[in-house]
Design a protein around this ligand. Structure first.
Ligand code: GDG
Length: 734
């Protein structure tokens, strides 16, 4: 039976070593909850680090731990103290975390830590590979494991791999500063589906893919090697019912059931009935905007002194990554700020900020959420932010106000919250005043909208949607109807080749026989290619035709003394072995003087593009241009040209990073079908990489072996991945 393997840095449990006994406590975090059904399904397992280093475990204990966690359907990845130091505290949290949250000034680029990151990703891959079988699905989570998808794919190409990033993906301008950017992106592209919280992160990721790896992106699909990688956004939700239910039960609590914290909160509420409680909860992380929030609160008390003694900010800051220097500094800055403001404003009966630096049990979390009139969530950058959603879920009476930073992913789907810019203290102060004075009716209207959405898009739904989309990517592959030219297909083709009496090989040039060059003039045939073509040309009863959009003059210069067959200018000119050039189609080119100025305006506005003037066509090349700008320009140019040429016998062809305008009456298809009438071929082979070659594939009989270079939709029957494979394939005819 096929299974799903979940992989995350930490396992969803805590192992407690108590003297001789082992205690396994399951975690109750958002991810653990969301994955519950996926994990529970069939024989699914979760792979991750247990939280105990190799040094903390002797071999005997280690076995015991493994056995105990296996009962929870978990498998651990064994890490040393040094691994944790360099991979987790080091590279993950001193490089990727700050960089992806736009904290360039905190970002360290340490090669040793990068090496540790790669090594530990490999350790994770080894454990996955030891547990995975063909047909299984693997779902990898988060920034600590960005290289894992490709490491798994390399060894197990046929399994389904999904990846979800829980933090933002930064804009290209930030990401480009990362020294190992290509490797990281390629690591991610090992997945079939890449998920982000918001469309913006998805957009940033695709932008880096286009600009750094220069890959073709079609809407949200990336053609990568022999696969399509799908990218989509899946905003993560919470276990809505769990929070709602807990809050509901909480309101009916008897006095004796109440926690110590709740009693303190009740005291506060009773003694100062008209005082509003403002709540914030976050890990103590510089992305969460904690100092900003305190300063904004100070500003609020300064400009609206009427609220002194009428508001209290309760801040729960959960200790996190406390051995990373920036976190230590944040801790002391926060302590100092809270101290200063409490010192400045406190009265005998009032302290403006209650500050807790600790983690609290779930019950206390509910105490806080249900007692707070306002939640003030002000991250300067946050992938999603679940606290904002949890606060909303606990408001069973639909009262309360959520103030939320627009820099949190959650803001994208929580429009009814009061959205603020965390750097704008005036705005925060005004919004606090607005929230305090908000009529109950408005609170309820806003809450109702927010709750409805959260209830519908719960964390279970999030996981279901991701898994559903991952399954669908499998059928996406079938859209590429061409089959890979693998060994079996190749052998079959070769035996037909050998048995045939008269053979014909159509070979496209750029992007097929030679790789793409930034300047078309640099694509001269290399020695290896000439040698290969010469040898193919010596095979008896075999016609080798190089068929290209290039002009005949270029081929004349490059191949002047060669006696292969040539079709150039997309089928305008023909040169048969040892004969003179012959015009297949009589063409006019007086249209060029009208079209050329139009193309020139596009060159002026699109740096890196240029025009190639051929005898019978004009080509606008954009392979060196910024890929995003080029994408916009190709749409524009298409619209402009199509309207211009509507009354002429011209067509606009989209090639590989080129737009070409030429007469409609010629194309490679017409040229190939004309060629076929010359002889009785019982073996036909055609290979090419771009749109112009599709005409050729279309015109050839069904028995022909048509091969596309690259993994894209095509009319060809087979595909090969790249030009290296083309040469291998041609070699096999020898
Ligand atoms: C990352 C991304 C993204 C907090 N204090 C206590 C406690 N919590 C729980 C909350 C909430 C979770 O921790 C925090 O989740 P957030 O989403 O707010 O933030 P990160 O930890 O930074 O998470 C974030 C998330 O991944 C999911 O993709 O939303 O953007 O940064 O569930 O309730 N729970 C308990 N005691 C506490 O003291 N029991």
């Amino acid at each position: 039976m096929n299974k799903t393997i979940i992989v995350s840095n930490r396992l969803p449990l805590q192992v407690k070593l108590e003297e001789e006994s082992l205690n396994i406590v399951p975690s109750v975090g958002g991810l653990a909850t969301g994955m519950k059904s996926v994990h529970a399904d069939g024989n699914g397992i979760w792979i991750g680090w247990s939280g105990l280093t190799e040094e903390a475990l002797n071999p005997e204990l280690s076995k015991k731990v493994d056995k105990a966690i296996f009962k929870e359907k978990c498998v651990s990845v064994s890490l040393t103290e040094k691994d944790v130091e360099d991979f987790y505290f080091g590279f993950s949290n001193k490089t990727l975390w700050p960089l992806f949250h736009y904290f360039m000034e905190f970002t360290e680029f340490e090669r040793d830590q990068w090496i540790a990151y790669k090594k530990v990703n490999q350790k994770f891959a080894d454990v996955v590979l030891a547990n995975v079988n063909d047909g299984d699905t693997v779902w990898v989570h988060d920034y600590q494991l960005l290289l894992l998808p490709q490491l798994i794919r390399d060894k197990k190409p046929n399994i389904s791999i999904g990846f979800f990033l829980h933090i933002p993906f930064p804009s290209f301008e930030i990401f480009r500063t990362f020294p190992w950017r290509e490797e990281l992106l390629k690591g991610m592209l090992g997945a079939d589906l890449l998920g982000f919280h918001t469309y913006d992160y998805e957009r940033h990721f695709l932008s880096s893919i286009k600009r750094i790896l220069r890959l073709e992106v079609n809407f949200n699909e990336i053609a990568y090697r022999d696969r399509m990688v799908k990218v989509d956004s899946f905003p993560m939700g919470i276990d809505y019912n769990k929070f709602y239910k807990a809050a509901f039960e909480h309101t009916n609590q008897e006095e004796k059931e109440k926690s110590e914290l709740q009693r303190r909160l009740d005291d506060h509420i009773e003694t100062s009935q008209d005082t509003k409680l403002i709540l914030s909860i976050d890990r103590l992380d510089y992305t969460k905007g904690i100092p900003n929030r305190i300063r904004a609160f100070e500003h609020f008390l300064n400009i609206y002194p009427q609220f002194k003694e009428k508001v209290r900010l309760i801040m729960l800051a959960v200790p996190s990554r406390s051995n990373v220097p920036q976190y230590q500094k944040l801790k002391s800055d926060t302590d100092e700020l809270v101290g200063r403001i409490n010192g400045k404003f406190s009265t005998v009966s009032w302290t403006p900020i209650w500050y807790f630096y600790r983690s609290v049990p779930f019950e206390n979390l509910i105490d806080l959420y249900t007692s707070a009139d306002i939640a003030l969530i002000t991250p300067v950058r946050d992938g999603m932010n679940l606290v904002a959603k949890e606060y909303v879920a606990t408001r069973t009476k639909k009262d309360g106000v959520l103030i939320l930073s627009e820099m949190a992913g959650a803001a994208k789907e929580m429009n009814e919250a009061l959205l603020i810019n965390p750097n704008n203290f005036e705005q925060i102060a005004d919004t606090l005043k607005y929230a305090i004075e908000m009529p109950l009716e408005e609170q309820q209207t806003r809450m109702e909208f927010l709750q409805k959405r959260l209830e519908r898009y719960s964390v279970e739904k999030w996981a279901d949607e991701f898994m559903g989309s991952l399954k669908a990517t499998k059928s996406l592959d079938s859209l590429i109807v061409a089959k890979e030219m693998n060994k079996a297909n190749e052998n079959n083709m070769l035996s037909n080749f050998k048995a045939a009496k008269k053979r014909l090989l159509f070979l496209d040039y750029d992007g097929t026989l030679v790789g793409f060059k930034n300047n078309p003039a640099d694509a001269k045939p290399d020695e290896h290619l000439i040698n290969l073509l010469d040898r193919l040309n010596q095979i008896e009863n075999t016609d080798i035709v190089i068929i290209s959009g290039r002009d005949r003059e270029t081929f004349e210069t490059w191949y002047g003394n060669k006696n292969y067959h040539f079709i150039t200018d997309h089928g305008v000119w023909l040169k048969q072995k040892n004969k003179e050039w012959n015009m297949l189609e009589r063409l006019k080119n007086d249209w060029m003087e009208n079209i050329l100025p139009v193309l020139e305006t596009f060159v002026d506005r699109t740096p890196g593009t240029f025009i190639e003037k051929k005898k019978y066509s004009l080509a606008w090349h954009y392979r060196k241009a910024d890929p995003e700008l080029a994408q916009i320009r190709t749409i524009e140019i298409n619209t402009v040209l199509t309207s211009l040429i509507s009354n002429n016998d011209l067509s606009v062809l989209k090639g590989n990073k080129v737009i070409e305008i030429k007469s409609s009456s010629v194309n490679k298809g017409k040229a190939t079908s004309r060629w076929l009438t010359q002889d009785n071929y019982d073996f036909i082979f055609a290979i090419g990489d771009d749109w112009t070659d599709e005409y050729m594939f279309e015109e050839l009989p069904n028995t022909a072996y048509t091969v596309k270079v690259g993994v894209v939709k095509t009319k060809a029957k087979y595909y090969v991945k790249d030009t290296l494979k083309v040469r291998d394939l041609l070699n096999s005819f020898l």
